[in-house]
Design a protein around this ligand. Structure first.
Ligand code: FES
Ligand SMILES: [Fe+2]
Length: 364
């Protein structure tokens, strides 16, 4: 496994940002045991509907709060109690704030350290996201709003689980500036390409034919941006209008899990069943395009350094931008100064339009 330290990215093992941790449709009546950032968690939906993420291990004797089905706490349907969760071993109950709020056999005051860490989570667009900050700080920026999600003309995604990859997330993020893989891997004709960096956002403007998604003879324009280190949005125009979201989250240092979804604009005010089928077919082409990248990532050796040509695209700039998330928040501006602005590639036309200008001001 190639680790953050191997890439010399900074002092934190896992980056700061919003990350997807589950498809909301997986979260039914039972808690889920999930593992991210080298840490075990109990994830559950409280009876109010609220989603809760707690560190997994009970402070009493170390039981995993979300594992096991034979305990009568679980069999009798007591595992989730209101917005609290009961430990299957001795039935201590923990609230959504992580504090123990009931021990059935003990009348004294509940010890102050009878608690687990509760993590800030939100549910949006059929996904559960966590704010992960090695310094324990509040989110630096609001979770992006997808305006089209509420528009009945748009078909919502059914998320693709892309599985796990034994690759450090930077090898995936490198793609943002890697203009030279677009032809060989995706069959793109690349008529223009440009990167822009602004604080925690890294933008890629790209236009050209795309053999996998629309065929080489049709124009596909993508305005793509990372919002922090783990969420990629891509606004697609051309053969169809769509918004793609690709999400990847570290499980261990050097292992990630990934998902993707595509919402697609239909030709009608309210999307029909036929529109849903068209949208699913579009999403499948975007999944197949990702499979082309994943096959490379799954089999390559880590690129701690590379033999960069002057017209390879500003991949080193992406790496510098990405390092901000592995350092204390108050040092982020050092990295912004090194990369901020527009970066073009020698021999490739720049973006004719900068549709994402003002992205940060606009809130997503
Ligand atoms: S180990 Fe959890 S209540 Fe005892
Ligand atoms: Fe790619």
């Amino acid at each position: 496994m190639a680790t953050t330290q191997d890439y010399a990215f900074g002092e934190f093992t896992f980056p700061r940002g919003w990350f997807m941790i589950a498809d909301a449709s997986e979260l039914k009546d039972s808690p889920l045991a999930v593992r991210f950032f080298g840490n075990d968690f109990a994830l559950y939906r409280g009876q109010s509907g609220r989603v809760v993420l707690l560190d997994a291990y009970c402070p009493h004797m170390g039981t995993h709060l979300a594992q096991g089905g034979t305990s009568y706490v679980v069999q009798d349907g007591l595992h989730i109690d209101g917005d609290s969760i009961r430990c299957p071993y001795h039935n201590w109950r923990f609230g959504s704030d992580g504090r123990c709020n009931h021990i059935p056999y003990f009348n004294g005051p509940i010890p102050k350290n009878a608690r687990v860490k509760s993590w800030p989570v939100i549910e949006r667009y059929g996904c559960i996201f966590v704010w992960h900050d090695p310094e324990g700080g509040e989110p630096d920026y609001d979770f992006p709003t997808i305006e089209e999600w509420g528009d009945p003309a748009w078909v919502r995604w059914k998320l693709d689980d892309l599985g796990t990859l034994n690759v450090h997330p930077i090898e995936v993020v490198d793609n943002m500036a890697d203009v030279r893989h677009l032809g060989p891997i995706h069959g793109s004709t690349v008529e223009y390409f440009e990167n822009v960096f602004e604080r925690h956002v890294c933008i890629q403007y790209q236009g050209g034919g795309h053999r996998t998604m629309v065929g080489s003879d049709k124009m596909l324009e993508t305005d793509t941006w990372y919002m922090g280190p783990g969420l990629l949005f891509s606004r697609i125009r051309g053969a169809y209008d769509a918004l793609q979201l690709i999400m990847h989250t570290p499980i261990e240092d050097g292992v990630i899990k990934a998902w993707q979804g595509l919402i697609v604009k239909s030709a009608h005010e309210v999307a029909s069943e036929a529109d849903v089928a068209i949208a699913r077919a579009c999403q499948e082409t975007s999944r197949l395009a990702l499979v082309q990248d994943f096959e490379i990532w799954a089999n390559k050796r880590p690129a701690f350094q590379f033999l960069q040509l002057p017209n390879d695209g500003p991949i080193h700039k992406v790496r510098t931008w990405y390092r901000q998330f592995y350092h204390p928040k108050d040092r982020a501006a050092e990295f912004w100064r090194e990369v901020e602005g527009v970066h073009t590639v020698r021999g490739v036309a720049p973006a004719p339009q900068k549709r994402l200008a003002g992205l940060l001001a606009g809130g997503n």
